[in-house]
Design a protein around this ligand. Structure first.
Ligand code: ATP
Length: 373
């Protein structure tokens, strides 16, 4: 059965050579540098990156609040660069909720429909449907200040959805909520999005939020897109050192490259030869680094008493309950190691010598671009 709040048809958003320079076109530095992106109908896509990377600017261009300096934005097959924000079939949910403080919940949600000059009986019907669907029925006559942050954010969502947009836009919507509620709202927004099948573009700098909610993540850095892929692919097969470092934690090892094939590589590190995965761009002779996630490092006791080859030494350990984390000194550099379920494993203490290895299938050889440190 179709949901009572479902949109008619989810939109497809296409960005081509999209650029934004604030201020003087000739002398200004681009906040967004000629990006291409295809957002599929019904997809939940997240723009992720550090402060200043251009994610908000990109979202605001899609919404129509900023004018692109160059390039095109398409909704389905229509170029919408010149369409006013309120004429785009899109709705935005803001970090600050942006509710009208002096209006009731009902009037806040009804506002856009009244602007559209819908007959008042229709407005009432639509608003009641939205409030019920979002479990906000009991709050219809409250003012925003009489509600919690999470409830206010739900009102903001209901106000967006009642307009039946083809695309739903979120600008860091969970940043003002406390940690526990933030996690709860992630699930709530994701379930609602799945239920309605609405195309959703979500901006955040929080990698956990991006990882847990998205069909695909767009990782941005200084105005360019570094990678677009599923959370799993981005975590396991990052396209750049920046992405590997920004999403999750990563060890980077200097290795000797023995052989580069299409589907992998042979490298020497930690006193051994390993067969590892590789990024497609890696070719023989390139400057590369081997990425190993903390949970892919393997440790075992050894009789050796000297750091070198496969032997490392524990510099420190931290107990987290569900995992233990070690800092290990090795000849390939210091490694962060995470051992899940500590009760099931032998634990080590500072000063212990260990045999250090990693899961070959999880190690990832990647290019070191000239501009990454
Ligand atoms: P944040 O998470 O801090 O909002 P962001 O990734 O969303 O960062 P943007 O807000 O898109 O980044 O900003 C990208 C660049 O454009 C930054 O260098 C920023 O200083 C600049 N910028 C953003 N808005 C304006 C503006 N209205 N006028 C001039 N420069 C701007």
């Amino acid at each position: 059965a179709r949901d009572s709040l479902a949109t008619a048809t989810p939109g497809r958003v296409t960005l081509r050579d999209l650029r934004k320079i604030y201020g003087d076109d000739k002398t200004g530095t681009p906040a967004v540098k000629d990006i291409d992106l295809d957002i599929e109908p019904g997809e939940f896509i997240t723009l992720l990156g550090p402060s200043g990377c251009g994610k908000t600017t990109t979202l605001r261009m899609i919404a129509g609040f900023e004018t692109p300096t160059a390039g095109t934005i398409r909704l389905d097959d229509e170029v919408i660069n010149k369409v006013a924000p309120n004429k785009r079939p899109m709705a935005m949910v803001f970090q600050s909720y942006a509710l009208f403080p002096h209006m009731t919940v009902f009037d806040n949600v009804a506002y856009g429909l009244k602007l559209k000059k819908l007959p008042s009986a229709r407005v009432t019907e639509e608003v009641e449907t939205a409030l019920t669907s979002m479990n906000l029925g009991p709050y219809r006559d409250r003012a925003p200040h009489q509600m919690s942050g999470g409830q206010q954010q739900r009102v903001a969502l209901a106000r967006a959805l009642v307009m039946r947009p083809k695309v739903l836009l979120f600008d860091e919507p969970l940043s003002n909520l406390d940690a526990k509620l933030r996690v709860q709202m992630r699930g709530e927004i994701r379930r609602l999005q799945r239920r309605l099948g609405i195309t959703t573009i979500f901006v955040t700098h929080d990698q956990d939020e991006a990882m847990t909610m998205s069909d695909r993540i767009v990782v941005m850095n200084v105005g360019v897109i570094e990678q677009v892929d599923t959370p799993q692919e981005i975590y396991r097969h990052p396209a750049s050192v920046f992405v590997a470092d920004f999403i999750g934690r990563a060890n980077f090892l200097d290795v000797d490259v023995h052989e580069v094939r299409d589907d992998g590589a042979e490298v020497g590190v930690l006193g051994k030869r390993w067969s590892v995965g590789k990024h497609p761009a890696v070719a023989a002779g390139d400057v590369v680094t081997l990425m190993v996630r903390p949970e892919s490092v393997r440790l075992s006791a050894t009789d050796s008493r000297e750091v070198g080859g496969s032997v490392g030494r524990v510099l420190s350990s931290m107990f987290y309950g569900e995992a233990i984390e070690y800092d290990i000194e090795t000849e390939a550099g210091n490694l962060v190691v995470s051992v899940a379920d500590p009760h099931a494993h032998e634990t080590f203490t500072q000063g212990d010598f260990l045999d250090v290895g990693f899961e070959e299938g999880r190690a990832w050889l990647m290019p070191v671009a000239a501009d990454t440190p």
